[in-house]
Design a protein around this ligand. Structure first.
Ligand code: FE
Length: 311
């Protein structure tokens, strides 16, 4: 069967009816997007001659995706989240906004509500025998290169098993283990005392991995640390750093790696004096340059559903 029905009056009328585009009621933008996406889908079904079995496999897949709670994970894995970054980068270039630490994807595992501390926070609360101590520190600056006081630096990362607190299926971590928030002082400095993360993979039985298997793709990320940096007078930055030396740095299933986001990992001693679990530790220096508001507004704030908890 290789019929072409997309351009018929019947199908075009069906699309208009389904999106209710000829009514004054409802949300005009929702109708516009529904009409366009449904049209693109119908066209693809015609062009690729998709069978009913394939369509129902797709519908059933969405049900599994929802049951598994993995829609945001799939969005990262299929490059949708990266695509939004590419568009925001292009919008910045068009608006003549240059410099600043590069953005990269947020991912689905942020939890709001981490305890806020001044300058320094130790965030490894639960024991993790598989991980050695890590200090992540740096300075937050503005477009003028001067330190930004009062910036809130948040970070979150996985433990040595590749699990994030709050989402850990082994329940080995409290809600805010390896999650922190620090307010910078006049020097713009922040510091997290934590443990070295490892990379992680998609849940092996989940919907995301199921599709990746069909595409012959892996679902793994290199070791990384996520950041939000918020300041009243600057645009919020969403970014990550990769842990230097991870073999998957340039093979991240979520496409988050960027050249300027792989700071050096330096071997240090003196951890005992800092309250770390061993004297030898690793240190990453990651300075963060923020960009200005645009006409007084943050044009790169992203609203999305996020977990929250109370510390
Ligand atoms: Fe992550």
């Amino acid at each position: 069967m290789s019929v072409k029905v997309f351009d018929t009056k019947e199908v075009q009328a069906l699309l208009e009816a389904a999106a209710n585009v000829n009514s004054e009621k409802g949300n005009a933008r929702a109708k516009q997007i529904t009409h366009r996406l449904l049209s693109d889908l119908f066209k693809a079904i015609d062009d690729l001659d998709m069978s009913p079995d394939e369509i129902w496999a797709g519908v059933n897949y969405f049900n599994k995706l929802g049951r598994d709670g993995e829609a945001a994970l799939l969005a990262a894995g299929l490059g949708l989240e990266k695509y939004l970054d590419i568009r925001m980068d292009a919008a910045d270039r068009e608006a003549d906004i240059h410099g600043g630490t590069p953005r990269t994807i947020e991912g689905p595992l942020y939890v709001a509500g981490a305890p806020l501390r001044d300058g320094v926070s130790r965030i490894d609360i639960d024991p993790d025998d598989g991980a050695g101590p890590l200090v992540i520190k740096g300075k937050v600056t503005g477009p003028d290169g001067k330190p930004v006081a009062g910036a809130i630096v948040e970070c979150w990362h996985a433990n040595s098993k590749g699990f994030y607190s709050h989402f850990d299926p082994t329940a080995a971590q409290g809600d805010f283990n390896l999650r922190g928030a620090v307010r910078t002082g006049a020097d713009g400095q922040y510091e997290f005392r934590t443990l070295m993360p490892v990379g992680y993979g998609c849940p092996p039985q989940g919907a995301t991995q199921q599709l990746l298997d069909a595409l012959a793709r892996h679902g793994n990320r290199p070791a990384h640390v996520h950041f939000f940096i918020t300041s009243d007078k600057h645009r919020k930055l969403t970014t990550q750093i990769n842990i230097e030396g991870d073999p998957l740095i340039w093979d991240d299933f979520a496409y988050a790696t960027r050249e300027d986001l792989i700071p050096h990992v330096v071997e240090k001693t003196g951890g005992a004096a800092l309250g770390l679990k061993t004297d030898a530790y690793k240190e990453i220096e990651f300075d963060i340059a923020l960009t200005s508001l645009v006409h007084g507004l943050d044009n790169q704030l992203v609203n999305r559903s996020r977990a929250s908890a109370t510390a």
